[in-house]
Design a protein around this ligand. Structure first.
Ligand code: TMP
Ligand code: MG
Ligand code: ZN
Length: 204
């Protein structure tokens, strides 16, 4: 959702959400780069838990990168923001509940806060602080991927390895994007093993 007027003299929160492989991090990087081109000061954070790609930069599945700070807890963010006008936060689903207040305080103080994160885990449960961030944001974009089984728009993440923990850092080795019809929260086989002839899922 785009603002209908350009916000002035105020901060706000933008949330970019959706399933894995939907381009959330790419979109976050795109927005931060636009701000940099306009000579706005930016700072980007991600949780320590996600060390994919590198420790000091954001990476997307497509290989785009952006320098970022690793933090263990949301409470570490305010002291590291400095005078940045734009604050990016990736993998917000891994942060503690304190992220909601931190984002809100930054917006109250006039910063543009751009948050990206998974709305749902692989079992379809709202993930970490994301529901509250979505409820308190001014602007929300829900990105879609493409279902690996049927090619329809995908808004769910299928785990394809037999691991129960909510947090399991991984990429295409452990997850696929699936649509509502093809997503099986309690099955683990990848699409190509179970569906050699395309979409015809017999299992529950
Ligand atoms: P991405 O949204 O930037 O692709 O990254 C999502 C990260 O979240 C990735 O490391 C896998 C992880 N993850 C979980 O830990 N649990 C889950 O249920 C899902 C769907 C993803
Ligand atoms: Mg990402
Ligand atoms: Zn599908």
């Amino acid at each position: 959702m785009r603002p209908s007027a350009t916000p002035q003299d105020t901060g706000w929160i933008e949330v970019i959400t959706g399933c894995m492989f939907s381009g959330k991090t790419e979109e976050l990087i795109r927005r931060i780069r636009r701000a940099q081109y306009a000579h706005q000061s930016v700072v980007v954070f991600k949780p320590t838990i996600d060390r994919r790609y590198s420790t000091d930069s954001l990476g997307s599945h497509s290989g785009h990168r952006l320098r970022s700070f690793l933090v263990d807890r949301a409470a570490e963010i305010p002291s590291k923001v400095g005078d940045a006008q734009v604050v990016g936060i990736d993998e917000a689903q891994f942060f503690d509940a304190g992220l909601v207040g931190v984002a809100s305080d930054l917006a109250d103080a006039g910063r543009r806060v751009v948050v990206a994160g998974l709305d749902l885990d692989s079992q379809g449960r709202p993930f970490g602080p994301m529901p509250d961030l979505l409820a308190t944001a001014e602007y929300i974009d829900k990105m879609l991927a493409i279902c690996v089984v049927c090619g329809n728009p995908a808004d769910r993440t299928q785990r394809i390895v037999d691991r129960d923990a909510q947090i399991l850092v991984g990429e295409a080795d452990a997850y696929e994007a699936r649509c509502r019809r093809c997503w099986r929260p309690h099955a683990f086989a990848p699409a190509q093993e179970r569906l050699p002839f395309g979409r015809n899922l017999a299992d529950p």
